[in-house]
Design a protein around this ligand. Structure first.
Ligand SMILES: Cc1cc2nc3c(=O)[nH]c(=O)nc-3n(C[C@H](O)[C@H](O)[C@H](O)COP(=O)(O)OP(=O)(O)OC[C@H]3O[C@@H](n4cnc5c(N)ncnc54)[C@H](O)[C@@H]3O)c2cc1C
Length: 377
């Protein structure tokens, strides 16, 4: 079999998580010869531990463009899921019935209403349907809510899918399209070449490529300066609980609860400023389980069968970074903390921009130059 890394490639994507693989699939769809270089299986990744929401509600407070970008991906998702099924024979079980954030007190209802009012009143905010529902109305959609549920916010755009199947579908589609995936190829150096393009050192060899896309999650922080890019990202831990399977009772995803297509209930997901994802304690998991049980008493009768923690890739303001290097054209950076939600955008919108060599002005707000705020005296 020929060595896919022996000849110069059109594109090398560094990082084989959901984000890198989505971009790589898009680049193959655009006809570029593309390889993914990834670390080994021990690497800490967000892509195998996420909550699997395709989520729009409450995204973008502080940056209206992020809401529009998220809405765009949510709109593309049905077509992208259909394409993935065709390309990989894997159904990612996408459902987009709309989603709820449940409130357990009047104070929570007020806080929620206030947040969504401020969010949607921002200049340049794409009009979004949202409503606060009282308990009686929520109960019609979610008949098993507990007595403490006062009401909820609802937006019709939200959904969820089977996350591990998404990951497999992306990798399968990429391989079937002729892309090559290389685990145990941690990138040690990227050097711009005098006439254009890059030489990448990984897996004990040198690889040549016209374009390099940094999609290495928290690893981007180290790689970015090598090619004139910036990735001020940090790991943020999230923990998730999963119950045994039960009969379907949750017809809509709730921001912290969803019933999977296989019947288990996922309870999520914390946001902790910790880098260590090796240990879990009962404190935070107990709080998550307590709220879940108050929202749906049935959950209190179910056994917990699994729990895990994983590291999100977080920027200072929580919004994504997309950047094309000015000093090393052909080097790109992409990072975000909602790589499931944005997967359709990354494959169908961002990848064509990378092929064309131009980042659309609509993505200018996502430049890391937004962090260049002079320190106050
Ligand atoms: C608890 C939790 C819940 C979440 N819930 C949701 C959700 O509901 N909806 C949603 O949209 N998103 C969610 N996310 C986020 C989502 O999982 C990530 O945005 C998505 O996985 C994309 O991550 P990534 O590919 O950028 O990073 P990662 O998954 O971290 O992948 C980065 C890859 O780069 C590789 N790498 C790093 N350095 C190098 C190097 N030097 N050389 C080669 N390879 C390298 C790593 O090995 C890894 O494979 C959640 C995340 C967590 C942790």
């Amino acid at each position: 079999m020929s060595d896919p890394l022996a000849s110069p490639l059109d594109a090398v994507v560094i990082g084989g998580g959901v984000l890198g693989t989505s971009v790589a699939v898009g680049l193959r769809r655009e006809g570029l010869s593309t390889a993914i270089l990834d670390e080994g299986d021990v690497a800490r990744r967000a892509s195998r531990g996420n909550f699997a929401l395709v989520w729009v509600q409450s995204k973008g407070l502080g940056m209206a463009a992020y809401s529009s970008w998220t809405r765009r991906s949510a709109r593309l998702w049905p077509g992208f899921a259909a394409w993935l099924k065709e390309a990989s024979d894997i159904d990612v079980a996408l459902q987009q019935p709309g989603g709820f954030t449940l409130c357990l007190s009047e104070a929570e209802m007020e806080k929620r209403r206030d947040l969504l009012t401020r969010l949607t009143a921002q200049p340049g905010f794409e009009p979004m349907e949202w409503e606060m529902w009282d308990r009686a109305r929520v109960r019609q959609a979610l008949p098993e809510i507990g007595p403490e549920v006062v009401g909820a916010s609802f937006t019709p755009y939200d959904g969820h899918l089977n996350s591990l199947r998404l990951f497999r579908a992306l990798h399968t589609a990429f391989a079937r399209l002729g892309g090559s995936y290389h685990p145990n190829h941690a990138v040690e150096a990227i050097t711009p070449r005098p006439g254009g393009g890059f030489t990448i050192k990984a897996g004990g060899r040198e690889i040549e490529t016209a374009r390099v896309i940094l999609a290495a999650g928290v690893g981007n922080a180290r790689l970015a300066p090598w090619v004139g890019l910036e990735a001020p990202v940090r790991p943020q831990r999230g923990q998730v609980l999963v119950t045994e399977k039960t009969a379907p009772f949750l017809n809509f995803p709730v921001v912290n609860l969803r019933q999977t297509d296989e019947g288990g209930v996922m309870i999520g997901d914390s946001a902790e400023e910790l880098t260590d994802d090796g240990e879990q304690g009962l404190g935070i998991l107990g709080t998550m389980a307590n709220r879940a049980t108050r929202m749906f008493p049935r959950i209190g009768t179910l056994n917990i069968v699994r729990s895990w923690s994983a590291l999100r890739v977080m920027t200072k303001d929580g919004f994504p970074i997309y950047q094309h290097s000015a000093s090393a054209p052909g080097a790109w950076l992409a990072t975000c903390h909602s790589g499931v939600t944005l997967a359709a955008n990354h494959a169908e919108v961002l990848a064509p921009m990378i092929k064309a060599g131009v980042l659309d002005p609509a993505l200018a707000p996502f430049s890391p130059t937004r962090f260049h705020v002079p320190a106050s005296a």
